[in-house]
Design a protein. Structure first.
Length: 357
């Protein structure tokens, strides 16, 4: 088996730690470097004791150019707005890059600027980036040098709505997405809302109608509508959503419930058959008919569990999805993209089931 040299920038964060855990078990990967400024000089296992005896690297403070020399594939797990420069350097060095931040997900630099309050530093590179959701962009990811790995909420929301949009079965501007995330979604840096007494036994919506994942979800759903669905029926391809995220007192996991008004009467049996067909052969999308999606069932795993229901009395279709924000919502999905880019079987290193309870 061939092996590829892989480095992780931002390895001291939560998604970085999950990348290290998963990559250390990948049969084709040799981990060569991991960066952190604050923990430079500290062994990875001193920051993350669960990696003791598994990852022997020490965190280093490396400039992107120096990091790029150490690997063939680079995972960047840096905060959004901080990834643009490092991505440009790694691309210039001719490396394959998988960026977990939001910096290359939005195709329109003005939209990025509006939602991230920062001008894009390298708009010329945005066109090279492929949105890293394998279930929608598999062949483009396989050809890509730069993958913009999706956000956690968008992964859950896009996967649950894609079949409905692609088949033009719902009224596009009636989509309401109500999603809940565990606290690790906010990263490892401490802040008051994530302090135990604040977050524990609490459930709070935030950024109602203002969350930066809105343009990302709309971009992908509009793309689906334009290429496969509503556009064919002569309607506008632009999809507008109402999105409310919530912080829930779990370490990890997202549960997303999406509602949309049905065009005409849709039979739930037919809808489920349509979802089965849309996701046929997809290793990491599990369609549930008896059980309900629950973040508990995907903890530590790369699955997205999905269920479709109809409220025929009120005329709504209701879909529910569950992912682990750090795995299918971040590190696992990024490794899925790497496997595609390198021609490895897509599930390599990702097949372990979740942990329960
Ligand atoms: N958490 C989640 O569920 C998800 C997160 N993402 C995205 O992945 C990326 C990483 O997220 P997450 O792991 O949660 O974040 P964390 O806050 O846990 O970690 C951030 C990492 O970036 C480093 N870092 C912080 N500030 C800077 C800076 N100014 N310049 C360079 N490096 C810096 C930190 O290193 P140091 O030790 O030096 O502080 C740390 O390694 C983000 O873009 C996030 O939006 C994507 C999907 C899901
Ligand atoms: C609970 C929580 O705070 N979640 C984060 C989303 C994290 C994420 O996945 O977003 P990116 O990948 O775009 O960083 C938030 O709402 O901003």
């Amino acid at each position: 088996m061939t092996s590829v040299r892989v480095a992780v920038a931002g390895g001291s964060g939560y998604t970085g730690a999950e990348l290290l855990r998963l990559l250390s078990q990948h049969p084709n990967v040799q981990l060569t470097a991991v960066t952190s400024e604050k923990s430079a000089g500290t062994p990875v296992s001193a920051v993350y004791p669960h990696l003791q005896g598994i990852v022997s690297l020490t965190f280093e403070a490396l400039a992107p150019e120096a990091l790029a020399e150490r690997a063939d594939v680079l995972f960047l797990a840096l905060p959004h707005t901080k990834s643009m420069g490092p991505v440009a350097s790694c691309m210039k060095a001719g490396k394959r890059v998988i960026d977990l931040s939001a910096d290359f997900r939005i195709k329109d630099p003005r939209t990025y600027e509006t939602w991230y309050q920062t001008a894009h530093a390298c708009p010329d590179l945005i066109g090279n980036a492929v949105y890293g959701l394998p279930e929608l962009h598999r062949s483009a990811i396989a050809q890509a040098r730069l993958v913009a790995s999706p956000g956690c909420y968008p992964t859950a929301a896009i996967l649950q709505l894609a079949p409905l949009i692609a088949h033009g079965l719902i009224v596009p501007d009636t989509i309401v997405i109500d999603a809940k995330s565990g606290v690790s979604g906010a990263g490892r840096s401490p802040a008051l809302p994530y302090h135990f007494p604040e977050a524990h036994e609490s459930l709070e919506p935030y950024k109602i109608g203002q969350h930066r994942h809105i343009p990302e979800i709309e971009q992908e759903l509009s793309g689906l509508a334009g290429t496969r669905g509503q556009a064919a029926t002569g309607e506008t391809a632009g999809v507008t959503i109402a999105f409310t995220p919530h912080l829930v007192p779990m370490n990890r996991g997202i549960l997303s419930t999406a509602y949309a008004r049905m065009k005409g009467k849709l039979d739930v049996v037919e809808l489920r058959a349509l979802y089965r067909d849309f996701y046929k052969g997809e290793r990491f999308v599990r369609l549930l008919e008896g059980a309900m999606p629950n973040p508990r069932h995907v903890r530590g795993a790369n699955y997205c569990d999905l269920a479709v229901h109809t409220d025929t009395r009120a005329g709504w279709v209701v879909t529910v999805s569950a992912i682990d924000n750090l795995i299918k919502g971040a590190a696992g999905q990024a490794i899925q993209a790497m496997n595609l880019m390198l021609g490895y079987p897509e599930e390599t290193g990702l097949v372990a089931p979740g942990i329960y309870p």
